[in-house]
Design a protein around this ligand. Sequence first.
Ligand SMILES: Cc1cc2nc3c(=O)[nH]c(=O)nc-3n(C[C@H](O)[C@H](O)[C@H](O)COP(=O)(O)O)c2cc1C
Length: 163
Amino acid sequence: MFQDLFYPRQVVLVTAATSEKSNVTAVEWIMPAGEKPEMLALSLRSTSLTLDLLCTSMEFVVAVPGEKLRDAVMLCGTTSGKFIDKFSEANLTQVKAKKVSAPLILEALANIECRVLNYTGCGDHVLVTAEVVEVNLTKTDEKIKPLMFEEGERFKISKVERR
Ligand SMILES: Cc1cc2nc3c(=O)[nH]c(=O)nc-3n(C[C@H](O)[C@H](O)[C@H](O)COP(=O)(O)O)c2cc1C
């Protein structure tokens, strides 16, 4: 697949919620997409519950996981919230966000609150562009190293250390 030429990629967790339900999923197809205003883009499978909730509320949160959330990310990326409560199964604590309906994840290194600007069909995926409306950095001793996804070696921590 041509996508293999783009490894490694950072994996994040994306949360979305309506008044009835909140959910979280793993996403590696994500990138910064604009500076002024700050924007990002991500691509979600059409069948994803997270996509459903995100398109209904037009809001979501990108939670940046560190090494400690490796197993939680795997669980969130291999099951659907249609069948289980992923927050509770993965021991992820939901915290009220400042500006959006989707929850922050307490255990994440950072939580980025986003408002959807546009979404458009992209084959079997939907491409979402969004404005960043709030960035929450978690106070933690854990070093800020992104959790990386690499083909054949499903999770690999980046050697690049960030301040
Ligand atoms: C490491 C990893 C990265 C993933 N990246 C994406 C992604 O970028 N886009 C996507 O739609 N699904 C991605 N997935 C798959 C979804 O997380 C998976 O289909 C999930 O079950 C959807 O859950 P939901 O129905 O609760 O939204 C990824 C899975 C893993 C394990």
